[in-house]
Design a binder for this molecule. Structure first.
Ligand code: ATP
Length: 317
């Protein structure tokens, strides 16, 4: 378990992490989400004792990182896959790590096997592709057989096969009862991987919730309708007590899954429909709305959808 209590980091004027309090629990994959610059890497660096908090506290199984006797056997991390001595072979890189951390030599062969690098184990790491570098970084994280694993943006720059492999690996590590904490700025990727979500923006906690709950609250479904007899249709729907919202162009929207009811009403009143489709708002959209106010660097064209209809659950968290 990783526990953060009021964790804060200031770089000069910049408050990179602002009073974060949450726990990362074993047996599940916890996704750590936030837009670029939200403070995810800084938080992870503080968990590993690589940066000192300005205020607050972070503990790994009740201890500070520097109090752990053999840290790699408690927590393994992939922070920067490029942090490898390129002149060394994958095998020698892992062997050096094992020897300097009191980890038995046989673990080197085991983790190379796990990440699928056995065939290239004697090749120099500088000739590795980006994906192979990521796998080597993950092998290093697994070396001490730790109960806690932390990955910073592990799927960045990977091809679909690599992404699928990492997703499966994280789930299996969690299924073994380990604590798995993984950062990303992609909601769509996390929706497929994580059981629990911690969302931050500008260093502050925005949400700490089960993925199923996030999906339940945010995967709004609605019916999109277009008709050349728009006014007639509006009257019919109004009479039936169905609330309609004007969408862009000539389209109308109705919340919930009322497509059959609307189709039958239109038929009964002889109203022609050009479209009657059930739509699902994406989780990516929900994530962007949640974090829109806190995004630091906007692309041209504005910050995207303004935060709206967020329930009280999201505010003041
Ligand atoms: N060493 C540093 N000195 C000054 N400012 C820093 C330093 N490290 C991070 N920051 C600032 O702190 C904020 C949080 O950065 P951080 O890298 O933790 O965000 P992130 O969520 O990991 O972003 P990304 O998804 O882009 O990696 C940013 O505004 C960043 O510019």
């Amino acid at each position: 378990m990783i526990e953060l209590a009021g964790l804060t980091k200031r770089y000069g004027e910049k408050l990179a992490v602002d009073g974060l309090t949450f726990a990362v629990r074993p047996g599940i994959v916890t996704g750590f989400l936030g837009p670029n610059g939200a403070g995810k890497s800084t938080t992870m660096r503080m968990i590993l004792g690589l940066d000192h908090p300005t205020a607050g506290d972070v503990r790994i199984d009740g201890k500070h990182y520097d109090q752990l006797a053999d840290p790699l056997t408690y927590i393994g991390a992939l922070l920067d896959a490029k942090a490898v001595h390129g002149g060394r072979s994958a095998y020698n890189h892992l062997l050096c790590l094992a020897q300097s951390n009191g980890i038995p030599k046989h673990r080197v062969g085991e983790v190379l096997e796990t990440v699928g690098l056995t065939a290239v184990a004697r090749k120099k790491a500088k000739g590795f592709s980006y994906g192979m570098g990521q796998r080597l970084g993950i092998a290093a994280a697994l070396l001490g057989d730790p109960r806690i694993l932390m990955f910073d943006e592990p799927v960045n720059g990977l091809d679909p096969e690599g992404i699928h492999w990492i997703r499966t690996l994280m789930k299996s590590l969690a299924a073994q009862g380990r604590t798995v904490f993984v950062s990303s700025h992609l909601m769509s990727e996390m929706a497929l991987t994580a059981d629990h979500l911690v969302v931050i923006g500008q260093g502050r906690l925005l949400a700490d919730t089960a993925m199923a709950e996030f999906i339940r609250q945010n995967s709004r479904s609605y019916v999109r309708i277009r008709s050349p007899q728009r006014e007639g249709l509006l009257d019919v729907l109004h009479e039936a007590g169905i609330t309609v919202v004007e969408a862009g162009g000539s389209a109308l929207e109705v919340d919930g899954g009322k497509a059959e009811q609307i189709g039958e009403l239109a038929a009964r009143h002889g109203i022609v429909l050009h479209e009657l489709s059930v739509q699902q708002a994406s989780l990516e959209e929900a994530f962007m709305r949640l974090t829109a106010e806190t995004v630091e660097y906007h692309a041209q064209g504005g910050p995207g959808p303004a935060p709206q209809d967020w329930g009280a659950d999201w505010k003041g968290m």
